[in-house]
Design a protein around this ligand. Structure first.
Ligand code: COA
Length: 263
């Protein structure tokens, strides 16, 4: 089987690649586990100055694999929906590991960056996007919320008003606004994406590694994400058992508009 996550070392940079292009890099639990292993590799490696997260194929990541929800029983037991916290915590732990990496992390976005893909990008220090990237948290259009830290981290980044608009509508985010609001650190033509990311890595390499890492810890430490993560888990535990979640998943899989029941 092809590796769902591929790591490549380029001198002082570790590239972590979502590698499921036929499914638009939609994330399954085994893929999340492989991402966790790649992050451990980054933690242990010596001589690294940055980690870049990117997607193989025509996009960064299309979010959680919606079709894989029935397989959750395999990894989290038959009653996973009635007892969602272990599953939510397991996903959140990987995003937390990404956020807590001592090295600077850059999400290199192209094509689409949706749902869990966006949540993971939000756990990175920097996001650089190619023009035309479809960026959004469409979870509410599926009957759920971003519960892998996305709700909490987006509020931290842009404030409640803007985060509410993005999350409560589930609409794609206008990229120029995303850059203005600081969601994106750069928005460039697709052909300049690699050069823009390399430029940022070069700039980071001018600073002292220990100071960069401590600056990151101080900045991240100013915000209490734990409470937000718990609230996300609480909300999702209600929503995953709702009728509207079934409606949302079916609508997405059949590409039909959902008829919400409000239950
Ligand atoms: N979960 C499961 N499968 C997904 C997926 C997801 N999140 N996103 C894409 N795929 C699969 C499709 O089902 C399709 O599989 P198939 O070839 O077996 O039929 C394959 O990936 C290609 O998808 P397709 O929609 O044909 O590609 P596209 O390039 O036209 O569009 C997207 C790409 C990402 C814009 C579109 O697939 C999409 O909107 N996906 C859903 C994204 C989403 O809502 N994610 C958030 C979930 S909370």
């Amino acid at each position: 089987m092809t590796d769902l996550i591929v790591t490549r070392r380029h001198e002082a940079v570790l590239e972590i690649l979502f590698n499921r292009p036929d499914k638009r890099n939609a994330i399954t639990w085994p893929m999340m586990t492989a991402l966790n292993a790649a992050l451990i590799e980054a933690e242990k490696a010596s001589g690294l100055r940055a980690v870049v997260l990117r997607g193989e194929g025509n996009g960064f990541c299309a979010g959680i694999d919606v079709g894989a929800f029935p397989e959750a029983a395999e990894h989290f037991g038959e009653g996973w929906r009635e007892n969602l916290f272990p599953l939510t915590e397991a996903y959140q732990a990987v995003a937390n590991r990404l956020e807590r990496l001592a090295l600077p992390t850059i999400a290199m976005l192209h094509g689409y960056c949706l749902g869990l893909g966006f949540e993971l990008a939000l756990a990175c220090d920097f996001r650089i996007a190619a023009e035309g990237t479809r960026l959004g948290l469409p979870e509410t259009r599926l009957g759920i919320i971003p519960d892998v830290g996305g709700t909490t981290r987006l509020v931290r980044l842009v404030g409640a008003g803007r985060a509410k608009e993005i999350i409560m509508t589930g609409k794609l985010v206008d990229l120029a606004a995303a850059e203005r609001w600081g969601i994106l650190n750069g928005l460039v033509p697709a052909e300049d994406l690699q050069a823009r990311v390399d430029g940022l890595i070069d700039d980071l390499a001018q600073a002292a590694p220990l100071a960069v890492s401590h600056a990151k810890r101080v900045i991240n430490g100013m915000f209490d994400v734990e409470r937000g993560l718990q609230l996300e888990g609480w909300a999702q535990a209600q929503l995953m058992r709702s009728q509207d979640f079934e409606v949302g998943v079916q609508a997405m899989l059949t590409r039909q508009p959902p008829s919400w029941t409000g239950r």
